[in-house]
Design a protein around this ligand. Sequence first.
Ligand SMILES: Nc1nc2c(ncn2[C@@H]2O[C@H](COP(=O)(O)OP(=O)(O)OP(=O)(O)O)[C@@H](O)[C@H]2O)c(=O)[nH]1
Ligand SMILES: [Mg+2]
Ligand SMILES: [Zn+2]
Length: 356
Amino acid sequence: MELNTLGFDQWFEDRKSEARRPDCSVARVTAVHRDSFLVRNEQREIFAEPAGGFLYAAESSMDLPSVGDWVLVQYHNDDTLAIIHGLLPRKTFLRRKTAGKKVDYQMIAANIDCALIVQACDADFSPRRLERYLVMVNEGNIEPILLLTKTDLILPEMLEQRMSVARRASGGCRILALSNVTGFGVDLVRQLLEPGRTYCLVGSSGVGKTTLLNLLIGGEVYETNAVRPSDGKGRHTTTSRQLIVLDHGAMLIDTPGMRELGNIGADAGLEESFSDIWSLAKSCRFANCTHTQEAGCALLAAVESGAVQKERYESYLKLLKESAYNEMSYSEKRLKDKAFGKFVKTVTKDLKKFTS
Ligand SMILES: Nc1nc2c(ncn2[C@@H]2O[C@H](COP(=O)(O)OP(=O)(O)OP(=O)(O)O)[C@@H](O)[C@H]2O)c(=O)[nH]1
Ligand SMILES: [Mg+2]
Ligand SMILES: [Zn+2]
């Protein structure tokens, strides 16, 4: 197997040269555990640990390897252990704001070409949640595809209706409906996965991400679990993220279901996910229109005429509010952290000068 079949292209080749570590090879992170990793190279998967210096240099959890990342490694113990010395820049990434008041991000996966946003057709289906996922995916510069699972649980007319609601909320992204139980639509998903590309399954717990993965690899390799009958919610069966190379060469990352997306903290993704609203807003009379009460607001007029759905408009305003707030406090926080980190390093260096 060549590294390029794992997605290593000229872009990463250039980043590897820029890193100026000819003493290191590159490998791709396929699984992340508490403080160890699995990485994959041309030959196989190898257990990996971060070097102390690499950990020390990390300023936040975003600087640590995530599944899908390309890392600089050296092999030890007859190539049974890899030590991670560096992380190549990410071409794309999926990240979410962590729960709680503190503005911080958690990496979901890196270097993803396409995100498979999974929603079930039954109670899980929610166009508003879909919009949140789309903003996250677009912000990371990743192509979104929507998979609607569990079609076996609803009537065909209901599916038609779900599809059109999803189409409106997703603004032209590809949508596939499937059932992991009857197998309907699963072949279409298989055909869509291209060799050398990396796909990531995201969506709430219990929607059938792992069940689909098992169907695609043709065996019950990963654990799945029944949904709690009381509230139809899944129980977070998948607990770690892993990258799997399918037989025909596409790569698929399974992730644990997300309880909620919380504040998205993304600005960039909004423009793409709400391109209809975004272009409308350009023709509002005032450049700083808040689209809530101003005269000459093109968006309010569109809601009035029914050209834009009221729910979609409200969802847009809500996400807009979250994003501006988050971006601001996040960069402020980063600045502060960076300055503090430098301060600590300088002090440590000075201390060493004194004591040596
Ligand atoms: N009726 C029906 N049930 C399905 C379908 N797909 C999955 N299930 C069932 O839904 C339950 C949850 O499936 P999982 O594949 O574990 O869900 P998941 O998205 O991986 O959940 P987490 O790992 O917790 O994020 C299992 O009992 C599956 O058998 C489907 O298409 N139709
Ligand atoms: Mg799962
Ligand atoms: Zn306006």
